[in-house]
Design a protein around this ligand. Structure first.
Ligand SMILES: Nc1ncnc2c1ncn2[C@@H]1O[C@H](COP(=O)(O)OP(=O)(O)OP(=O)(O)O)[C@@H](O)[C@H]1O
Ligand SMILES: [Mg+2]
Length: 609
């Protein structure tokens, strides 16, 4: 189950000025559209109120006076207003669509950009589902806020204002009654809003947990099935959905209650008007059309008020979304370029680890006082039992993480003085489980250097021995690899990622060899491919294959975050220490398999080397 770290954070419920400002910041670059949009809404809602005024005119000037000419004149005005209003509605709906799309695009680009800068540590802490939810749901919600939220609130405010103006123009005493009702209505609405919001927040919180666990279960579907965890997972899932259901239920219940309450309050207002105007008509200070218009305005005004309350409630949710988006954008990458970071043009040269200490979590040292001097062009094999810190060492070298104490020097520079691009663009990494992107084989190889020509791609594939299996595919290099490369075997994926590394022509090559056994032919191909890359490059290979280890210039045995032994294959065997033990235990069987020799005493096996 996901940790607390990424849980939906409670939104304070208060309108946060800072968040508002940044949303408007997003809108500022589209200000022409926004201005046109707001102007159209204002025109449309003034026209809305004007129609009711025209109804009053029809009754008072036309019908009651029996003046047909006046009636026709008013109707013509009515018709032209309708046309104008239709054009207005078309315009603002269209503008809303455009603005929403732009804001959505802006935010997603902003997030994408930022996500690329975040350090590896962020991703190991934050579930993909959580990030995806920010990128999809939250951007959607904010886009809605700046379009429909803006339409509804502008429309609501302008409508209430114009309606009140017309009311005051008709009869100020009656208008005052209405005016006094508005705060009561808004107060009731706000009370409801707060309670509904609380439930919605709960729903979202659980929803995001559910998304995350969906994500984990789908990406880990094989493990789930293999271990028969379906029932256990379902129980956890049921618990979450159960909670979500009851929160949704309460939210629905409150939302349903809201409307009738508003109706009752406004009924009181209407009653008051009828009673008061009844008294007034006796004194003949208001016309029949006036009363009719007043009642229409009264009912008409209920909608904008409810709308405003609804927008306000939704706005809170959207603001929470916006807050999360901005918080993500504000997350500073843990590893950043120093202000005066340099690019020396090359990272060839000595690589030196000086008293490097590292831990992922406080008080849990993973690398302890590591010292290592690697000459340019050297091949270093890292071996050792699992959890020893091999991957961590190469992660540090790639500067995915930085030493907590001590330093790493590359070509005479403390590598934190170099820019991340300077280092990472010159290191070629092939991972234990290479990641391919959905697309064709060609695209995946070219990922190492997008401008590569067809010939360069094939040359790289030939060099690493990938060409042969690729040409067996029906579509050759244009064969799709499936999502994450699922259509290929592990060995094939490794060959492709080797070709990718060759193509990018790195100065330092790092490989986390797969432990999973591939067939001997593929293994030989991978070996040849690696040789091709390692030629003339400083290489760090986390090695599991005997052939790789033996060819390394130096072998590091990493145990408990320290170098337990260091030397060439022959030296370390002579030492008869950890490497010797590892070698005799782990590789004897493999060696026997490969060379088909009989079982011998470890000592004898060594001597035949
Ligand atoms: N992202 C992480 N957060 C916290 N601890 C981690 C993280 N990655 C690795 N560790 C811990 O650091 C230690 C060293 O891990 P590392 O992956 O470097 O081992 P390794 O030698 O590469 O092992 P293997 O041979 O299994 O790949 C382990 O104890 C591991 O639990
Ligand atoms: Mg590892």
């Amino acid at each position: 189950m996901p940790s607390d770290y990424f849980e939906e954070d409670d939104f304070s419920g208060e309108v946060n000025g800072g968040v508002f400002k940044r949303i408007f910041g997003l809108l500022r670059q589209h200000w022409v559209w926004v201005a046109g949009f707001i102007a159209t809404i204002i025109v449309v809602s003034i026209l809305d109120a004007y129609f009711t005024f025209l109804s009053k005119e029809i009754i008072d000037q036309g019908i009651l006076k029996g003046d047909v000419d006046a009636l026709v004149r008013i109707l013509i005005r009515y018709a032209s207003m309708i046309l104008l209003q239709s054009a207005g509605i078309f315009t603002f709906v269209f503008l809303a669509g455009v603005m929403g799309e732009r804001v959505r695009y802006d935010m997603r680009r902003m997030l994408f950009n930022h996500l690329q800068t975040l350090s590896l540590s962020y991703y190991s802490r934050t579930p993909v589902g959580w990030i995806m939810s920010r990128v999809t749901n939250d951007t959607e919600r904010v886009a809605e806020l700046v379009t429909w939220g803006l339409i509804d609130s502008t429309w609501g405010v302008v409508n209430i204002a114009t309606t009140l103006t017309f009311m005051f123009a008709i009869n100020w005493q009656l208008a005052l009654i209405v005016l006094s009702i508005i705060p009561i209505l808004l107060f009731a609405a706000v009370q409801f809003r707060k309670r509904i919001l609380k439930q919605f927040r709960k729903v979202r919180k659980i929803n995001s947990r559910i998304t995350a666990s969906y994500n984990e279960n789908i990406s880990g579907v094989r493990v789930v099935k293999a271990l028969g965890r379906e029932d256990g997972n379902l129980d956890e899932f049921k618990l979450e959905t159960g909670e979500m259901y009851s929160a949704s239920y309460r939210a629905a219940w409150l939302s349903a209650l809201f409307l009738p309450i508003v109706q009752i309050i406004s009924a009181f207002a209407i009653g008051g008007i009828i009673w008061y105007s009844g008294a007034q008509v006796n004194f003949e200070s208001i016309s029949v059309g006036g009363i009719q218009a007043f009642l229409s305005y009264m009912t008409f005004m209920m909608w904008p008020i409810q709308d405003l309350a609804r927008v306000f409630a939704e706005m809170q949710r959207s603001l929470a979304s916006a807050e999360r988006i901005f918080r993500l954008v504000d997350t500073a990458p843990e590893i950043q370029n120093k202000p005066n970071a340099i690019d020396p043009g090359s990272i060839r040269g000595d690589i030196i680890f000086e008293h490097v200490h590292f831990w992922y979590e406080d008080e849990m040292p993973v690398i302890k006082d590591l010292n290592l001097h690697v000459k340019p062009g050297e091949t270093i094999a890292l071996v050792g039992s699992t959890g020893g810190g091999k991957t961590t060492i190469v992660n540090l070298l790639c500067r995915f993480y930085e030493p907590k104490r001590g330093r790493i020097m590359i070509g005479g520079h403390d590598y934190t003085d170099l820019s991340l691009e300077a280092i990472q663009s010159r290191i070629g990494v092939v991972l234990q489980t290479p990641h391919l992107f959905s697309g064709t084989i060609r695209e995946n190889i070219a990922y190492g250097r997008l401008i590569a020509t067809k010939e360069e791609i094939e040359k790289a594939a030939k060099l690493t021995g990938a060409h042969k299996f690729i040409s067996h595919f029906e579509k050759g290099y244009d064969e799709p690899v499936g999502e994450g490369g699922v259509l290929l075997s592990v060995g094939q994926k490794q060959l492709i990622s080797l070709a990718r590394a060759v193509l990018s022509d790195p100065e330092v090559f790092i490989m986390d060899e797969a432990t999973s056994s591939v067939d001997t032919i593929t293994e030989a191909l991978i070996q040849d491919g690696m040789e091709a890359i390692m030629q003339g490059r400083t290489s760090f290979i986390i090695a599991h294959r005997l052939s790789t280890i033996k060819r390394a210039d130096r072998i590091l045995v990493i145990e408990g975050g320290q170098i337990a032994e260091l030397g060439s294959h022959a030296e370390l065997l002579r030492l008869q220490g950890k490497y010797y033990k590892l070698y005799t235990q782990q590789f004897r069987a493999e060696r026997e398999d490969a060379y088909n020799i009989f079982k011998e005493e470890p000592k004898a096996a060594v001597e035949t080397e």
